[in-house]
Design a protein around this ligand. Structure first.
Ligand code: BES
Ligand code: MN
Ligand code: ZN
Length: 490
């Protein structure tokens, strides 16, 4: 999909669909268009077919104009960024039902911040055109091929241009994460993810990959991670993708993504109902690959390292058993009371490994606990952090791009629940499963500023629209972009 800006004569730019955001009172652009259509816009408002109500859409066919149709969208009462997303997504849903291969957005009708608005338009166009392309393939080519963002003034188009580029990178990153998430676990194995990481790094500038095999991990004493893959015939991989967009002395942001390509629960076997959805248990790792792709595409002046521990969690004769004690790379020992609490067992070794990159911050992304759905539903990702400033930045990044998170505490009272009689800690606590899981991780992240995003509720949708969402790619891209800007100015 191509994205462009334009500031040339509105009535003469050729397009299949012209998107006109307006309330019931026509703005100046709506008036120009209304006039050129002999009052068609105002009469459709008079008739009551279009009221201007927030995100209502209405299509007018023009028959012989440069634009074949106008898609009106209501902007009445727009106050929050969530409202803007509702408007943009409503237009794109309507637009994608038409045979349009190109569209012209009237940015002016939407608001003032053209960089931000254009980025949301681009992201939404890509994200809503995503279709699962089939097993082992890449996202299908959308029908909509070209999106033009129109501004009145030339200098506004410069801001919009920047926004389009960023939004396109975010949208493509989300769609990559979704495609990997949706790919079934008999194909999307730890080896498949390693190959995908190499493919991404070969296709995109400034990316390099390293794959650590089980023997390498054994040499690094990653006993906790290896205890999860023990029962699987699929060997574990530790996938490392580096992006160098800034000077070597700029400390990297390190992202660690849980990639359990299938989570049966292991010997603590999960119930059968809905177990297919555990193919999505690699969505944290997939989001890291999506972000690596996106930071490279957006050419952000920042250094980022993505670490993806990829394993399959299976029951078998040689699988880890409840009560087994394993030794992590950090030297701390863990009593595995439940083999279904496997995410933290792979993350803890990856988090210890992360320190080797002398990180500025470390953020892990994981479909870690069912409990986060009880706490926040499927709307909001759980955020836990050992650093207040980092937590605040992540919350506001999510707010800014409608990919929101909410913070939960990491207090000692919760950490205590991890006590074990047979090791330094147990791998499960009592109540508040999301918090005790994060307390477990916190024991491995003391050396740096760290945040954990529990995306078990937000990384995919269940039901008839079952599929990966690409979250939290937008949130983290927003965060990384903000960081990159502050690197540049300091
Ligand atoms: N991958 C699951 C978390 C999960 C469960 C995500 C349901 C989405 C929906 C994770 O590995 C897991 O099994 N967690 C257990 C932890 C428990 C054994 C302490 C859980 O949440 O039930
Ligand atoms: Mn599990
Ligand atoms: Zn899991």
């Amino acid at each position: 999909m191509k994205f462009n800006t334009s500031s040339s004569n509105l009535l003469k730019v050729k397009s299949d669909s012209l998107i006109l955001p307006t309330g019931s009172q026509l703005n100046s652009y709506a008036k120009i268009l209304d006039e050129s259509l002999d009052g068609a816009v105002s009469s459709i408002i008079q008739s009551g077919d279009f009221t201007g109500k927030l995100s209502q859409t209405c299509t007018i066919h023009t028959f012989n104009k440069a634009f074949q149709r106008i898609i009106l969208v209501g902007t009445e009462g727009v106050t929050s960024s969530q409202h803007y997303f509702a408007i943009i997504d409503a237009v794109n849903s309507a637009l994608l039902k038409t045979p349009s291969t190109n569209a012209l957005w009237l940015g002016e009708g939407l608001g003032e911040n053209h960089e931000w608005l254009a980025s949301m338009v681009a992201r939404s166009s890509l994200s809503l055109s995503y279709q699962y392309a089939g097993t082992g393939k890449y996202p299908a080519r959308p029908k909509l091929k070209k999106v033009v963002y129109w501004c009145h003034k030339k200098d506004q188009t410069i801001a919009a241009e920047k926004g389009l580029l960023f939004g396109k990178a975010v949208g493509n990153g989300m769609n990559l994460a979704r495609q990997l998430g949706n790919t079934p676990a008999n194909i999307c194995t730890p080896n498949f993810l390693a190959k995908e990481a190499k493919r991404v790094a070969n296709n995109m500038p400034n990316l390099t990959t390293t794959i650590l095999k089980e023997a390498d991990m054994r040499a690094l004493k990653m006993g906790s991670l290896l205890s999860v893959s023990a029962g699987s015939v699929e060997p574990a991989n530790l996938i490392i993708v580096k992006y160098k967009g800034a000077k070597t002395n700029v400390k990297p942001i390190v992202l660690v993504g849980k990639a359990v390509t299938f989570d049966t629960g292991g010997i603590s076997l999960k119930p059968g109902r809905g177990m297919d959805e555990m193919k999505f248990d690699m969505c944290g790792g997939a989001s890291v690959l999506g972000i690596m792709n996106a930071v490279s595409e957006a050419d952000l002046p920042v250094n980022v390292v993505g670490i993806i521990p990829a394993v399959e969690n299976m029951p078998a004769g040689n699988a880890t058993k409840p009560g087994d004690v394993v030794k992590s790379m950090s030297g701390q020992t863990i009593e595995v009371l439940n083999t279904d609490a496997e995410g933290r067992l792979i993350l803890c070794d990856a988090l210890t490994y992360a320190d080797k990159f002398k990180p500025e911050t470390v953020i892990d992304i994981a479909t870690l606990t069912g409990a986060v759905i009880g706490a926040l539903g499927k709307i909001t990702s759980g955020l836990l952090s050992n650093d207040d400033e980092l937590a605040t930045q992540l919350l506001s990044s999510g707010e800014h791009c409608d990919d929101r998170a909410w913070r939960l505490p990491l207090w000692e009272e919760y950490d205590k629940q991890l006590k074990s009689n047979f090791a330094d800690m147990a791998n499960i606590g009592g109540e508040a499963g999301t918090i005790t899981a994060a307390c477990f991780l916190a024991r491995f992240t003391k050396k740096y500023k760290w945040a954990h995003l529990d995306v078990a509720g937000t990384a995919w949708i269940s039901g008839p629209k079952k599929g990966a969402t690409g979250r939290p790619v937008p949130l983290l891209m927003e965060y990384i972009k903000t960081k990159a800007m502050s690197n540049q100015s300091s």
